[in-house]
Design a protein around this ligand. Structure first.
Ligand code: FDA
Length: 392
């Protein structure tokens, strides 16, 4: 039987970071992944350029049943620490917007960097390998692998969430948590497009592909980012962000010309350009197709000068107080992350070790810590992986 100090299951962002740190401490480390390549989600992230961190990452940007849990890991391994690593490898990067850092070139540079660090730390990597069974022993754990049994003192679960099963996402980490009696926070798809019922879709179909800068709100939470009409409903960063807060049955409110006093603009247009159509006036602030549809829907046709203010009030509401009730989301098929997961109450925030099961660690997305869109999820993977790597 082969024996290691640490076995990490999952060669994603969190697992690789943990393995590097444990290896650098002189621990013998094996990383196992059932995929054919390491870091597959890194490869496709950020449109192929990996939004690898966010300069402003703090607990405010995360959702968890225990929002303070992430504070320790995020302070011990900060965005600056990961930037330093990226800089050491000469990987060029830029800030796109809102503190979001992307590779100039390719997300593959980040994977190559992590693999090089793993090699330098003498970490063994076994791809295309599934774990049939995990057993607890007097000295740690035994894992049944296709090539035989492997034992370890520390077992790190870094198998991520359920998002995008096509890419190898499984519920394995949650099953291990259940096997060892750890509590779970219910999981659901997050950072995911929202969908409409057939009737609404039929009406909005002509808008598919139209994008606006919007403020999207659900309850007291709001995000100001781009929004996109799709063939299924709504997408774009503002919608992905709000999807993490939205629940079935709730409405979302959308301002599609935020910050514009449309009522004032339309009243002024009545006197200065009264022979123009409302759609033309709206098109100063909205894409033409959208402006046209709103004017038609609200019966705001003909010259703007001829329309009573009550019609213009309706137009204003349709643009900046559009209230809509999505029927659902596109689900794990397209969700970028999974909300919920292993309950942080059961984990030590300093090490990510299960309080009731010494030697068992959970890191990254499998834990009930979910970031906003914008590099926060990778930062959580690096921070939690780094902390476990100091202890495992
Ligand atoms: P991750 O999912 O990365 O890794 C888990 C690993 O475990 C995988 O390699 C998987 O094959 C393996 N595994 C699963 N089950 C297994 C089993 N039973 N046996 C063995 N191995 C198993 N975030 C961000 O901050 N910036 C961004 O730009 C993006 N972009 C983005 C785009 C898209 C399309 C998606 C789907 C997601 C993002 N994300 C993101 C989110 C980010 O990718 C995600 O939060 C991290 O990859 C989570 O890292 P983990 O290491 O926890 O899991």
């Amino acid at each position: 039987m082969q024996s290691f100090d640490v076995v990490v299951v999952g060669a994603g962002a969190a697992g690789m970071m943990c393995a590097i740190e444990a290896g650098n401490r002189g621990r013998s480390v094996l990383v196992i992944d059932h995929a054919k390549a390491a870091g597959e989600k890194i490869r496709i992230s950020g449109g192929g350029r990996c939004n690898f961190t966010n300069l402003g990452a703090s607990t405010n940007n995360f959702i968890s049943a225990n929002p303070r849990f992430a504070r320790g890991p995020l302070r011990r391994y900060r965005p600056r620490d990961f930037i330093d690593l990226v800089d050491r490898y000469g990987i060029a990067w830029h800030e796109k917007t809102l503190g979001q850092l992307f590779c100039d070139d390719s997300a593959k540079d980040i994977i190559a960097m992590l693999l090089a660090e793993m090699k330098a730390a003498r970490v063994q990597l076994r791809l295309d390998t599934a774990v049939a069974k995990v057993t607890r022993t007097a000295t740690g754990f035994e894992l049944a692998l296709p090539g035989g049994v492997v034992s370890c003192a520390s077992l790190v679960v870094a198998t991520g969430g359920k998002s995008i099963p096509k890419m190898g996402a499984t519920g394995w980490g949650y099953e291990i948590a259940a096997q060892f009696g750890l509590p779970m926070v219910e999981t659901r798809p997050a950072l995911v497009p929202l969908t409409f019922e057939v009737g609404a879709l039929e009406r909005l179909k002509p808008l598919a592909g139209v994008a606006v800068d919007a403020v999207v709100a659900c309850g007291k939470t709001r995000f100001a980012e781009a929004m996109l009409f799709t063939h299924r409903g709504l997408s774009g960063p503002a919608i992905l962000q709000i999807s993490s807060y939205w629940r079935e049955g709730q409405e979302i409110t959308v301002a599609m010309a935020p910050g514009v006093d449309l009522m004032a603009a339309m009243k002024l247009a009545k006197t200065t350009r009264g022979r123009q159509a409302v759609a033309t006036v709206l098109a100063d602030h909205l894409p033409k197709r959208l402006a046209q549809m709103i004017a038609e829907d609200e019966g705001a046709l003909g010259n703007i000068a001829d329309l009573p203010d009550k019609v213009l009030t309706r137009v204003d509401a349709a643009v900046n107080h559009w209230t809509v009730k999505p029927v659902g989301s596109e689900g794990y098929r397209t969700a970028e992350v999974t909300l919920g997961g292993v309950d942080t109450q059961a984990l030590d925030p300093a090490t990510l070790q299960a309080l009731a099961v010494p030697g068992l660690y959970f890191i990254g997305e499998v834990v009930d810590v979910t970031g906003w869109l914008g590099g926060y999820n990778f930062q959580w993977a690096w921070s939690s992986g780094w902390c476990a790597g100091q202890a495992a």
